[in-house]
Ligand binder design. Structure first.
Ligand SMILES: C[S@@+](CC[C@H](N)C(=O)[O-])C[C@H]1O[C@@H](n2cnc3c(N)ncnc32)[C@H](O)[C@@H]1O
Ligand code: SF4
Length: 380
């Protein structure tokens, strides 16, 4: 499986918590899609003509693109890459952009077949804490229009652990989500990233700090409610009904190859990992995109093993000890077996045959368990 990720680095306003690369200035807005198309062409050999199963417009805010720009980008990808007949094409969209016209035009004039809507919360005070542009009524409307337009492959993002989000409001957010006929949910715990506005405002005591206990409580509610609604918890932050797992994100979690286009995008072709430059002005200036690679590294065996542990243990497919033996070697298998024993004894991990997965208790400690299994902590 292979995918293409396209980073659209524009936002109307910066959310307090977000450290993804994006700019609010529209200075390079007109040049951007032409620069992106130059990159699409100049990097056409990165995945060695592998069949492309997924295309993902992420951001930033891809729903700020016009239908014409989206179509031009997709046409260029179809012209230069080998696209699978049943490709999954996802567009991340913010509720305030999703007018009836835009959603119906996306459906009618583009091959996009999956929408990911950044709802975050259905309550205005949470949205204000996060500094989102949209309000609660736009959140509901965007979902209703997307469903009306026939986007049955729809996913929503919700954030928990927001200080203004009481336990009761969180339950209601989930209830409102499950009342819609939506087959996929991504739900993240609010994290305070360094140097974001949220970090600064909390330090200045202008915004309430997050609480780990609150976040753990919300995560437990999330697990209970998703189970009651027959959603499969297939990755630590992702829930879906059968047949609606994110194919694109599964490529990341299962070690597949992907080409990342646009400023700050990451790529991986099984040998090296590389990052595009995090500057829209430099990105738009460049003519040959091979020269804008920001950093490139060939992964060591330790790094590849650690990445496999980190991603596989967070999924319902789990971590396969024979895969470790075959791909990385016996010393990693022995290291894994020795270090997993405590988590099994504590009922945080269970083994069925060769495959190790987190138990409900273990899901609360996913990061700690993974790091206890890393081969060399520095190799990640
Ligand atoms: C970076 S956004 C891009 C898509 C779109 N602009 C949006 O805001 O929905 C992708 C997802 O990451 C989530 N996210 C980014 N930073 C986060 C943080 N510090 N804590 C929790 N979720 C975060 C966002 O809320 C969003 O659901
Ligand atoms: S969360 Fe989304 S809308 Fe908000 S700043 Fe980040 S990318 Fe932009």
């Amino acid at each position: 499986m292979a995918g293409i990720y396209i980073h659209i680095p524009f936002c109307k306003q910066k959310c307090h918590y977000c450290n993804f690369y994006s700019v609010v200035s529209l200075k390079h807005r007109n040049d951007f899609s032409e620069a992106l198309i130059r990159e699409i062409i100049s990097r056409k050999n990165y995945l060695s003509a592998e069949e492309i199963n997924t295309i993902y417009f992420g951001g930033g805010t891809p729903s700020m693109l016009s239908i014409q720009e989206i179509s031009n980008i997709i046409d260029a990808i179809y012209e230069y890459y080998n696209i699978s007949a049943n490709v999954e094409i996802t567009l991340e969209a913010n509720p305030d952009d999703l007018s009836k016209n835009l959603i119906f035009d996306i459906k009618e004039y583009t091959p996009i077949n999956r929408l990911s809507i950044g709802i975050q919360s259905f309550y205005d005070d949470d949205l204000q804490y996060l500094n989102r542009v949209h309000d609660s009524s736009q959140a509901h409307k965007s979902i209703e229009i997307a469903l009306e337009a026939g986007f049955n492959n729809l996913t929503v993002d919700l954030i928990y652990g927001i200080p203004t989000l009481t336990d009761e409001k969180w339950k209601n957010n989930l209830k409102m989500f499950f009342n819609y006929d939506i087959p996929h949910l991504s739900s993240y715990s609010l994290t305070v990233e360094k140097n974001t506005a949220l970090d600064v405002l909390i330090k200045k005591q202008k915004l309430a700090n997050i609480s780990e206990d609150q976040s753990i409580g919300h995560f437990k509610t999330l697990l209970e409610e998703s189970e009651k609604n027959k959603f499969i918890h297939y990755e630590i932050s992702n829930f879906a009904i059968e047949g609606y797992y994110s194919k694109h994100n599964s490529i990341y979690w299962l070690g597949g190859h992907y080409l990342g286009l646009g400023p700050s995008a990451h790529s991986y072709n099984g040998i090296s990992r590389q990052w595009n430059i995090m500057s829209i002005s430099k990105y738009c200036d460049v003519q040959n995109h091979e020269s804008i690679v920001h950093e490139k590294e060939v992964l060591t065996n330790d790094q590849m093993y650690n990445e496999y542990i980190l991603t596989s243990l967070r999924t319902s497919w789990g971590c396969d000890i024979e895969h470790i033996n075959n791909v990385f070697g016996n010393k990693y298998k022995s290291h894994f077996k020795k270090n997993i024993a405590e988590a099994i004894k504590d009922n945080k991990v269970k083994a069925v045959g060769n495959v190790y997965t987190l138990t409900s208790k273990g899901k609360l400690f996913a990061d700690g368990i993974s790091s206890s299994l890393f081969y060399d902590l520095l190799a990640l």
